[in-house]
Design a protein around this ligand. Sequence first.
Ligand SMILES: [Fe+2]
Ligand SMILES: [Fe+2]
Length: 183
Amino acid sequence: MAHSCESLSEGNPLDAIETAHRIHADICDVLEAIADGLPDDVDCRLAINALDSLRFELPLHHIDEEEGLFPLLEKRAQPKDNIADVLNRLAKEHAVDESFAEELDDSLEVLSQGGKVDNPDMVGYMLRGFFENYRRHLHWENTLVLPLARKRLRKKDLRRLREILAANRSLHSWTRWHEDTAH
Ligand SMILES: [Fe+2]
Ligand SMILES: [Fe+2]
């Protein structure tokens, strides 16, 4: 699965965020395939993909939005855009989704090693809850936030956003390297 850190050195960073959203839609499809395959027919490669995405890709993207896109957009939005409450709600959803993802971590770890989970009905229910919420989240961001950002953000905002995305990725690479070498 691709990661959302491609082509950040140039170009419009909103395109990179849009690409990340396409990747996240794929993650939701992967989680749905896992839920459908429970209890006995889960491809462990899907679980490996899902684990990596939930542990690294999604939290990184949430930081991009909370530290970059959302505050920059809030600053440039006009009162008639009514976007502040939406951005606030989306940021709160990030925290909820990350804690859901943490709860799924052990089960996905078992599945990624070809094992079987003890409570497939509950895991299936949790997976469905996660990807259904996340698809709604993506829908709001793709239909409301990104189009408004394309309209309101100025060149210097886009430059700043590009810098934030790049800085998050260099910090993320270091953190990930540190975690990998600690195991
Ligand atoms: Fe997003
Ligand atoms: Fe988001």
